[in-house]
Design a binder for this molecule. Structure first.
Ligand code: ATP
Length: 486
């Protein structure tokens, strides 16, 4: 089969909308810029990616435990971690069209945060152009904090506040009242990363799990950043999901280089196992001076997206910066007693940090193919790994108006769905059903025809080769077990 055109973001977005992987959020109200909702196949694919990551990094290892912490944490967390002071991007505004951009993303602008987040040093060359209007007339860059702020409790962020029980004892119960509450806002933040909770919970984690160093703590969950320039579909959004690990070790005993390389290898193996194209991923070493001051080594795994080579995932050695900061700010002991060395130590960490949505995008881009079938016929197929495909096997009756075929197909579907992600489909003709299943990446389709009622066999069609073979119904489970686990 001949490969056709290259994959583009437009093609991926269109497939995602058509097949219900991802579509614009709150679309009936005109949407909300850069907010995306995952539809039925999208949410399943996303769940499969997360489940696979959890199995790979937590369940099958003895040295990892999990955590699911609250999104809204005590705001002191962010003061201690440095996010309130430093988690910012340099913002620049074009004086011609008022378009706002991240200054560090415009070629020709050199901008650096001063130590401790106290101001910016910058230079703007004549080549620097506004990405919106192409002109070169910029404001001074400023620091823009990415933390998303909200309020909790009986607080009020402006406007009117109604409370049905408010006048219960005043005899005016039935009257509709509007009351403006003048209560000071208790500012809290939606977490900008999942990792900090792992540090904050460290004392509870060691006392409850009794894990010995080195060991890791993994967490999957939503994070929020008030990005200046979100965009490129689900690549950069203000609300996204992360899968993060803090791998704790004793720097006096454990060789951080070795642990770093092992985690790097695991991340690479995981990427291949979910079908992210190895050739499109580049491990970029972040040089001295560009890394956080506490980091001895950081790697960005960059992916060749249609819009350029950009970060997919990260891996960073963070020293013991975070635990030390939390110890200092909370006054609580964040150390670990190493019974082998008889010493207290504040463990160091290596942090593999993966974005679920960026991972899903890289998987879609890696698996999307258009194949020329002759006479201008082109099929679109997602060559997803069977372990993460939203549907692993689809079952069809050859004709939907033949009750005996439908009953047999349903019987097979009911048996298979207990073990695999299965779908029953009787819409349109079989050719159309194959195309639909190809577009959502279903590895196998099973068709029940009239012969099936006689010979107890069905036609199994392979997504990638399009080859069809007859398999006995009694052997179907063994067949799928063999092929779906490849
Ligand atoms: P970038 O340089 O692209 O802004 P980052 O270096 O700030 O990313 P990290 O703080 O290292 O990102 O976050 C870890 C991972 O979380 C990233 O590698 C990415 O996969 C994901 N991620 C970060 N920000 C976003 C976002 N706004 N939208 C979607 N995924 C994100």
């Amino acid at each position: 089969m001949e490969q056709k055109n290259q994959v583009t973001m437009e093609k991926i977005e269109s497939l995602c909308k058509r097949r219900g992987f991802v579509f614009p959020g709150s679309e009936i109200y005109g949407g909300l810029s850069n907010s995306w909702d995952y539809g039925s196949y999208g949410v399943q694919l996303k769940k499969n990616i997360k489940d696979h990551w959890w199995k790979f990094f937590v369940e099958r290892r003895d040295d990892m435990v999990g955590l699911d912490a609250a999104i809204i944490m005590n705001p002191k967390t962010w003061e201690s971690s440095g996010h309130l002071a430093n988690f910012s991007d340099p913002l620049i505004e074009c004086k011609e069209c008022n378009h706002r951009s991240r200054a560090d993303q415009i070629p020709g602008i050199d901008v650096k945060m001063k130590e401790g987040g106290l101001g910016l040093s910058y230079s703007i060359s004549l080549e620097a152009k506004c990405p919106n209007c192409g002109k070169s007339n910029f404001s001074e860059p400023s620091i823009f904090n990415l933390m998303m702020e909200t309020g909790i409790g009986p607080v009020h962020l402006g406007g009117l506040y109604f409370n049905a029980g408010m006048f219960e004892n005043s005899g005016e119960k039935d009257k509709k009242r509007e009351v403006i509450l003048k209560i000071n806002k208790a500012a809290v933040y939606l977490r900008p990363e999942t990792a900090q909770a792992i540090f904050v919970d460290f004392p509870n984690i060691i006392s409850s799990t009794r894990k010995k160093l080195p060991f890791g703590v993994a967490q999957i969950g939503k994070s929020f950043r008030n990005e200046i320039t979100p965009g490129n579909f689900i690549f950069r959004t203000r609300e996204f999901e992360q899968m993060e690990i803090e791998y704790f070790f004793n720097p006096k005993k454990d060789d951080w280089n070795k642990l770093f390389d092992e985690l790097k290898l695991s991340m690479e193996e995981w990427m291949v196992s979910v079908g992210i194209s190895k050739e499109k991923v580049h491990a970029v070493e972040i040089p001295d001076g560009e890394r956080a001051h506490y980091s001895k080594r950081t790697i960005d795994f960059e992916f060749e997206y249609p819009f350029g080579q950009k970060e997919l995932f990260g891996l960073a050695y963070r020293g013991n910066y975070d635990l030390s900061q939390h110890q200092e700010f909370s006054g609580k002991d964040m150390s670990y007693f190493d019974s082998e060395t008889n010493e207290k130590v504040i463990p160091h960490v290596i942090e593999p940090s993966l974005g679920v949505d960026r991972g899903l995008l890289a998987i879609l881009l890696s698996s999307y193919q258009e194949e020329e079938l002759g006479e201008g016929d082109v099929r679109i197929v997602l060559k997803l790994k069977p372990t993460i495909a939203p549907v692993q096997v689809a079952v069809f009756p050859l004709l939907k108006n033949k009750p005996e075929l439908v009953a047999k197909a349903r019987e097979i579907y009911d048996a298979l769905k207990m073990e695999w992600r299965a779908e029953f489909d009787d819409n349109g003709n079989v050719g159309k059903r194959y195309r639909r299943q190809d577009e959502i990446g279903t590895p196998y389709c099973i068709t029940v025809d009239f012969d099936s009622l006689e010979d107890g066999a069905v036609t199994v069609r392979d997504r990638d080769t399009m080859a069809q073979e007859r398999v006995k119904i009694a052997d179907l489970k063994a067949y799928l077990l063999d092929n779906l686990n490849k």
